[in-house]
Design a protein around this ligand. Structure first.
Ligand SMILES: Cc1cc2nc3c(=O)[nH]c(=O)nc-3n(C[C@H](O)[C@H](O)[C@H](O)COP(=O)(O)OP(=O)(O)OC[C@H]3O[C@@H](n4cnc5c(N)ncnc54)[C@H](O)[C@@H]3O)c2cc1C
Length: 596
């Protein structure tokens, strides 16, 4: 049986103590937000995810989705859970009040999203995609389209999708063939086949709003000739309710490794009626609004799975009796000690803990930037926040999902053979986590985005949005002896990151293959330093509070122990990554293509 309790104490620490939730009230529309209100939201989300979504996680995985004659049925209980989710207002929580949303800032909602992903990743995809589609439509759609479609999407009565992928066209969207022919009445006729469309067809909502990438007749070749269209499953009748069926059909669902309760669909558009979102040929720009939001959300999926897997591993390690402690029997009255006494099991649990809490902290830092970009009244703050989001998006997406998968694997290893079999539900975490490294742009593509685009854009301005605060933090705390164990390793790894950045900037400009060969190692190096920055900041708070925290002292003590483990056992990986980067592309590229 899967176990999961939302880590509310740590979530409150990240939100209130590390990132100062009180500052959120200065943002537009957030004047009423208080710590009590936030805590109440988090508690309600914890209750919903633990009692409604978690019990459907393993059963949904076992049953999967069903396809019959174009109709897709989600596993038992999903429809009721979705109705309860919608009725409780969770679908509308993070959306604009102008369209019926509750305007909860990303800083709070990302924590709710984490809980959803921990308790039931498959379920989370349905509202997650709707929210991404909502964002793209709200940012780029005409007022008429927004008024017609957004309120029901925000309410959750209608869901959303993103339709990019075609059989011959995954990463390289320039190859896409779906066509859009203007009809002379403001609408378009869309024809083409899409594959791998999450939530493309299902039984949770009355209507499905597809955001579809397609080419206009006069479109230039490649990605510069792609436009974005809104294509509903049902057109609207005069009262705004689902009317005639549109030319959209589902010809099958994929049978896949994980997230089995999430319907992954083949969707055909046969002269389907659609409407242009944004400008002709500028579809990638509009779609990027959705893709960027989805990328941070996919990172949150990695974090969510990591937390659930970590909790499972801890629970098992406390109970499973095998062998004796190397320091002498700790529980002589029992036939053996619990495996949590063994250093190698500790290695796995501490690694999982340090990555998971570090990612939660970093996610909060990026979520704050999402909020400031959207809601700050100060243009300078908005621009700085936009830079931070742009830089950190590929890191959050790729690092968190890689670590989510690693932590899920560590959980299986902690269970031994009992993790490999189905009974305890930890092998599901490995299977579910795996897709997050692939969709929304593979992690390799995220790394290329980081070195190719983000590093050089605006003369390095996004890079400075990370480098400046880290440097300022190191400078401000360098003399503090109580923090020496944390600032020293951070400063060292930060220096390594600066060297690696300069190296890639120089060599990548000369030879793009050099940057391509270094990209994944560089992203990991960057991500580990970013987690180091978070751990050093968390350690500073813990040092300040542990003496006076009373009953909470154990929480801060554990933070310090975990921070120390991160600095001593995980952050040093940066040295090896820098060596690999420095070696250049030669050994990677030397073997001829016919020699493999
Ligand atoms: C369960 C599931 C759900 C999905 N949901 C959706 C969805 O809702 N909507 C949607 O549109 N799509 C969806 N996808 C598709 C997903 O986004 C793609 O699978 C992904 O973008 C990769 O494309 P591909 O599979 O064609 O791989 P390819 O593009 O063929 O890539 C294969 C490999 O080559 C590498 N590669 C490709 N090009 C480059 C390059 N230029 N440089 C370096 N390496 C490169 C990739 O990193 C990868 O390792 C989903 C897929 C799955 C499996």
């Amino acid at each position: 049986m899967q176990v999961y309790k939302a880590p509310l104490r740590d979530m409150r620490f990240v939100l209130h103590e590390l990132h100062g939730s009180a500052e959120l009230t200065a943002l537009e529309g957030q004047g009423e937000l208080s710590a009590d209100l936030i805590d109440d939201v988090l508690e309600q989300a914890a209750n919903f995810t633990e009692t409604v979504l978690l019990p459907l996680n393993a059963s949904g995985d076992l049953e999967g989705c069903h396809y019959e004659n174009g109709v897709v049925r989600t596993p038992q209980g999903f429809r009721q859970a979705y109705d309860a989710f919608r009725e409780a207002g969770w679908n509308a929580a993070a959306s604009d009040p102008a369209y019926g949303g509750q305007g909860l800032p990303a800083s709070v909602y990302k924590l709710v999203e984490e809980m959803i992903c921990s308790s039931n990743l498959s379920f989370g995809l349905y509202p997650g995609l709707t929210h991404g589609a909502y964002l793209a439509l709200r940012s780029h759609g005409s007022q008429e389209l927004k008024d017609a479609w957004l309120p029901k999407m925000v309410e959750g009565r209608w869901s959303g999708t993103m339709c990019l992928t075609e059989p011959h066209c995954g990463t390289d969207l320039g190859l896409l063939r779906t066509r859009a022919i203007p009809q002379g009445d403001g609408s378009y006729s869309i024809t083409g086949s899409k594959i791998f469309i999450s939530a493309g067809e299902h039984d949770l909502t009355e209507n499905i709003v597809h955001l579809v990438l397609a080419r206009l007749p006069d479109a230039p070749k490649g990605v510069k000739g792609i436009s974005l269209f809104l294509v509903p499953k049902f057109q609207q009748d005069a009262d705004g309710n689902p009317g005639p069926r549109n030319g959209v059909s589902c010809s099958g669902i994929e049978h896949k490794m994980g997230i089995k309760a999430s319907a992954t669909c083949q969707i055909n558009f046969d002269a389907a009626k659609g409407w242009l979102i944004g400008e002709p040929h500028k579809g990638m720009r509009a779609m990027f609004t959705m893709m960027n939001s989805e990328r941070v959300s996919v990172g949150t999926q990695g974090l969510g799975v990591a937390e659930a897997a970590y909790q499972a591993a801890v629970a098992y390690a406390r109970e499973r009796l095998q062998g004796r402690s190397l320091a002498g029997a700790k529980y002589p009255d029992r036939p053996a000690d619990p495996i949590i006494v063994h250093p190698d099991v500790r290695r796995m649990l501490m690694t999982a803990r340090a990555y998971t809490e570090g990612c939660r902290a970093l996610c909060g830092w990026v979520a704050r930037a999402l909020d400031e970009h959207e809601l700050s009244p100060d243009q300078q703050v908005r621009t700085a926040a936009e830079d931070r989001v742009a830089l950190m998006t590929p890191i959050v997406k790729a690092l968190f999902t890689d670590l989510g998968f690693e932590v899920a694997n560590l959980a299986v290893q902690t269970y031994g053979g009992h993790g490999y079999i189905r009974e305890h539900g930890v092998e599901q975490y490995v299977r579910d986590a795996r897709i997050a490294q692939i969709y929304e742009g593979t992690n390799g593509v995220q790394a290329l985005d980081l070195v190719g685009r983000k590093m050089s854009s605006n003369f390095g301005r996004p890079l400075r949005s990370f480098f400046h605060p880290v440097l300022a933090f190191i400078d401000a705390n360098l003399e503090d002896e109580a923090l020496a164990d944390f600032i020293g390793p951070l400063a060292k790894s930060f220096g390594t990151l600066q060297q690696a950045t300069a190296h890639i900037a120089a060599n990548g400009l000369r030879d793009p293959e050099e940057a391509g060969a270094a990209a994944t190692d560089y992203l990991r190096l960057f991500g580990l330093v970013a987690l180091g920055y978070m751990w050093a900041r968390m350690a500073k708070i813990a040092v300040g509070k542990r003496e006076t925290a009373g009953a909470d002292a154990a929480f801060y003590e554990a933070k310090l122990v975990t921070a120390r483990f991160y600095m001593e056992r995980l952050l040093p990986q940066t040295g090896a990554l820098w060596s690999a980067i420095r070696s250049g592309k030669a050994s990677t590229m030397a073997l001829g293509e016919d020699r493999f």
